[in-house]
Write a protein that binds this ligand. Sequence first.
Ligand code: IVH
Length: 699
Amino acid sequence: MDLFSQIEEPEREELKRLRKELEEANYKYYVLNMPTLSDREFDEKMHRLQALEAQFPDLFDPKSPTQHVGSDLEKPHPTSPQGEEKGRKAFETVKHKYPMLSLANSYSREEIEDWVRKLPSSAEIVCELKFDGLSISLWYEHGILVKALTRGDGVQGDDVIANIKTIPSIPWRIERDDVPDFFELRGEVLLPWERFEALNKEREEQEEPLFANPRNAASGTLKLQDPREVARRGLEAYLYYMLGDNLPGTTHYERLETAKQWGFHISDAIKVCHSVDEVMAYIAYWDTERKNLPVATDGIVLKVNNLAQQEELGFTAKTPRWAIAYKFPAEKQLTLLKEITYQVGRTGVVTPVANLEPVQLSGTIVQRATLHNEDFIKSLDIRPGDRVWVEKGGEIIPKIVGREKPTPSCSTDGHRQSDRAELFTLSREGDGFTFPTVCPECGTPLVRVEGEAAWRCPNEAGCPPQIKGKIEHFVSRKAMNIDGLGEETIDLFYQKGLLHNIADIYDLKLEDIAAQERLGEKSAQNMLAGIEASKQVPWARVLFALGIRMVGETTAKKIARVYNNIDTLQWATTEQLCAIEDVGPQIAENIVAYFNDMRNLEILERLRQAGLQFEGEAAEGPQSDKLAGMSIVISGTFAHHSRDEYKAMIEANGGKNVGSVSKKTSFILAGENMGPEKRKKAEDLGIKLLTEDEFLKML
Ligand code: IVH
């Protein structure tokens, strides 16, 4: 190796590392809905990567994250940490008519000035709010909404039309003479703050993982398989970009006005500006005013108004040159970390919580923030008594991002920055932070499972928050749905010795309940009626209610479909359980461990005596070998069953569900809005299409 390459080596390594890091960050942001980097960190890394790629053109790679936008295409992968993905491809992937690009970001007046300098001097600039949701592309043919595509990887997206049709402000049909044969409208799908907060509250009650912000919630919602649930959650959309041939108007602004007349939901906060001063005034106004909006925004978007000028400016590989985003700075405050306390959850996980000197941040007072786990605290090197930075940016949940460090700029004493930092570290008292070794609630020594970040209290049957948490989960809406038995009542009954486990619920007596302060005979009767009604709750929900670790609502349903009574489930081996869709070795082991614990068996016996449903219906749909040897493609959307259900039916009848049409395809189960490419291929190969009714009749 010559001297030059030796010098260059660390930078070449850095380039490769950054590519990997950004690729991963894209995946976590777009697919898992669990962002790991802030937008700013992401942009900084991306800029550094661009600079390195310019320095080493021999390392050019068309797959580099600098060359394409992040992808939200649903990939077949295990259930996401948000528990919303189904692990199977469920939407049809469709190629975009025009690539769906991203926007370059800017953070300062200088960066905006740099951009403006490259525009024609006559250019008008349209300022708009930058909505913080996810982009959607709506296709209208002869005035009818025919597709709604996610951005996907920018080249092709998932068609989520059934979910988009739940948004009341999106017209399904436009009854006007002046709409062109085809046009496309792009915009942002959002979950309004109010809906987001209600959804998270519900999830908290169900002990389901919370969404970090409305964007993640909207993204998780748009990929759900159940439009009724999507409708219940209440998505909203703002549209901001019209494309197509022979469209009216010569400016972007006129097109949005037209779209408004056609009945589309266009934001009122759109302004045509003629100078950077005007743009900065718009930014200053909306940086505060946006706090009163019903939806999340994270910046503004500047667009060249004139469409001919837009065309002239064109695009880079990832972004238009005629538009740029300006991102609002995340709000950050310094405050005192008074104390770290510890919370024990229903599964025994011990979560450290920062108790802060109350501080005002983005409109709310922050006094607590999760510290996640031991590693998180150690990585920030924080301890009680430190002044810490609290941030609330796109993440609605406040987070601690670091601690106050000495300011290097005032180094007048001759120390270099690193020396000063070291001196500062040495001057902090104590040996640093240590995580408790015993449960703060019951004193049991904590355990840390290898490979997991969490410390756990293993005293499942004796640790008060675990006992109460299991009962709360059992009675919750999606489980046994027992009204009148809320958190406070459970706590009271636990204190009074009336409730120690879920089976005790069915031994509660009217006089015991009515004897408690705050609870009269009327509420006691209501509670008992709720308890009685819970005996009719179907087997799948009972299984979910038992609270077996990692067995969520969907997994419980899938297990109950295969094991339609508790007796067969009790004897299932890990291998057998792993054969169930969505069940991996960890979940299987948790189920086996649950049934190996005598205390659980006693509780189950008491629940059985009480009359709970420990048996359900056999697997849905007919079972036969009618489809043996057949390869069947499913395409489009269906009215009677979900795609997952059709897939299960095909398999239950001996057939195989395959993804793409080929010579070997036996037939296509064709729903509404089947993809045009699949239809053409089927025609070319002479493959039969069956409607869902024909298919059901056939079985
Ligand atoms: S225009 C060719 N206008 O920001 C780019 N995008 O970070 C067309 N966004 O992918 C996009 N508000 O999802 C545009 N008023 C607005 C926007 C907006 C939010 C999103 C959009 C885009 C992302 C880029």
